[in-house]
Design a protein around this ligand. Structure first.
Ligand code: HEC
Ligand code: HEC
Length: 254
């Protein structure tokens, strides 16, 4: 009899806690249906399929909620993941997200996919079919395969314009004074490639023997894979003038 009471009390507590959302309640966002996700996005269908099938539960407003997702404290962990994931990248907001931010999203998707860090392990434990296959990684990689940038232009770059480009296009991964997803870039001009101590570079970049000057930066920003195959920066700058201005800015940034 005592046991029954204890179980009953526990069930009430769990039931009550399940209405509490210490990390925020991601269920309040309204969903339009999984099949509407990324519909207007100009990205390859195979990449879209992977994103919708394997990433949307956390990175969109189209979360599918299984039964167990309503029971505390497990529900809290899931809610925390979903709140965090949407904050960083909510694919339901694709249409209203500025193109330069979408470029950074796509570059990060490719690098997370190549590193095998998404979807996270706690998700794979419950959804083992969501693990990315090598083919999925190839499909996602197409998101940043826009080909090499325009041929370089002559003339002097404008560091002020370069700074603005940097803020828009590079700061999703880089800061001047701190390492983020990419290494700190203050003083990069004239530095050896892979030269920030303690940053986790790819072996390819670290062993490239490059030194960053106008020519190497121009090629790197135009198409990193052409200069250093197997590097970890899945991002390039198509516009030649933007590259020239960026390099002028990097030269001044010590
Ligand atoms: C279980 C929920 C979950 C799933 C499923 C999931 N993610 Fe994430 N993702 C997160 C969380 C939480 C973060 C933020 C914390 C972090 O960076 O580790 C994140 C961060 C990211 C980031 C970094 C964004 C930034 O601005 O730094 C990218 C890119 C990303 N995920 C891509 C993916 C891709 C691609 C998939 C599908 C293959 C995926 N995620 C599936 C939970 C998830
Ligand atoms: C999606 C994230 C991402 C974006 C966006 C990005 N980078 Fe990077 N960047 C990286 C990563 C990661 C590395 C390290 C690559 C490696 O280890 O192979 C890197 C390396 C570099 C390096 C070499 C630094 C060194 O110490 O050798 C330069 C220069 C650089 N980035 C410039 C830029 C500029 C300029 C932009 C904006 C136009 C930019 N990056 C945008 C992730 C990014």
């Amino acid at each position: 009899m005592k046991g029954v009471v204890v179980v009953f009390v526990l069930a009430c507590v769990v039931g009550a806690l399940s209405f509490v959302h210490p990390y925020g309640d991601p269920r309040v966002e309204s969903a339009k249906g999984l099949d509407t996700l990324l519909q207007g996005a100009d990205i390859p269908a195979s990449a879209k399929a992977v994103l919708v099938g394997k990433c949307a539960d956390c990175h969109s407003s189209e979360t599918r909620w299984p039964m167990y997702s309503h029971v505390a404290p497990g529900s809290w962990l899931m809610e925390r993941d979903i709140v965090e994931a949407r904050k960083k990248m909510n694919l339901s907001h694709w249409e209203t997200t500025p193109p330069e931010v979408r470029d950074v999203w796509m570059a990060k998707i490719v690098s997370e996919a190549k590193r095998g860090e998404m979807p996270p392990l706690q998700y794979l434990a419950l959804h083992w079919r969501a693990k990315l296959t090598p083919m999925d990684v190839v499909s996602l990689s197409a998101l940043t395969k826009s080909g090499a940038g325009e041929a370089s232009v002559d003339g002097v770059g404008d560091a002020t314009r370069g700074k603005a480009v940097f803020q828009k296009r590079c700061m999703g991964c880089h800061a001047m004074e701190a390492d983020r997803e990419g290494p700190r870039l203050a003083g990069v001009y004239g530095r050896k490639a892979g030269g920030v101590a303690g940053f986790g570079y790819s072996a390819a970049l670290k062993n490239s023997g490059l030194t960053w000057d106008e020519a190497t930066l121009e090629r790197w920003l135009s198409d990193p894979d052409m200069v250093v195959p197997q590097n970890n920066m899945s991002f390039s700058v198509a516009k030649a003038e933007e590259r020239r201005d960026l390099i002028a800015y990097l030269k001044t940034a010590h």
